[in-house]
Design a protein around this ligand. Structure first.
Ligand code: ZN
Length: 171
């Protein structure tokens, strides 16, 4: 009694981004033909509606992560050369300089979404769009430690935010 899900039903939910499969919420991908759009509880195998947050039988929580409009229309590009960024490109920034004090890791870099203004030898000049507002110079140089302050200057991690239709057009 553990097959409630047709393969096409699971795939449909996957594509719609309704179900996020995690280690603790494995989707059953058997061959049995069952009503489409249901999801099977990983704990007790009860069939639940596709948008259920918890199992109606045992209250097991389902991973549930609807995509935002931005996630539907954009894609994050990992592998690209930051030096090829152009004015107007949108990027997602994390990582960057940090300071270690008494074993505490203190991040000092920029984070959030930025729109590129220009690039220079040491990094990206950009405007903050969400978490940080105003102008930023996003360090992308080599790792160096400041002798006076002890702060590590480390390059940021950059993801390029690209519209999905422009990706398809270039492929
Ligand atoms: Zn259950």
């Amino acid at each position: 009694m553990n097959a409630f899900f047709s393969r096409s039903g699971v795939d449909k939910c996957d594509k719609a981004g309704i179900i996020e499969e995690t280690e603790h919420n494995k989707l059953f991908r058997g061959d049995c033909q069952m009503p489409k759009g249901q999801k099977t509880c990983s704990k007790c195998s009860t069939a639940n509606g596709p948008r259920a947050f918890v199992c109606k039988n045992c209250n097991q929580q389902f991973a549930f992560k609807p995509k935002t409009k931005e996630q539907k229309t954009t894609k994050l590009i990992r592998d690209f050369n930051w030096r090829e960024l152009e004015r107007g490109d949108k990027i997602k920034v994390s990582g960057g300089p940090y300071f270690v004090s008494n074993g505490d890791f203190i991040p000092m870099g920029y984070r959030g979404k930025f729109v590129v203004e220009s690039i220079d030898a040491q990094g990206i000049r950009a405007w903050g769009l969400d978490k940080q507002s105003g102008f930023a110079h996003i360090y992308m140089g080599r790792d160096i430690q400041n002798n006076d302050t002890g702060i590590w200057k480390v390059k940021h991690k950059i993801l390029k935010i690209k519209r999905k239709d422009t990706i398809q057009a270039t492929n």
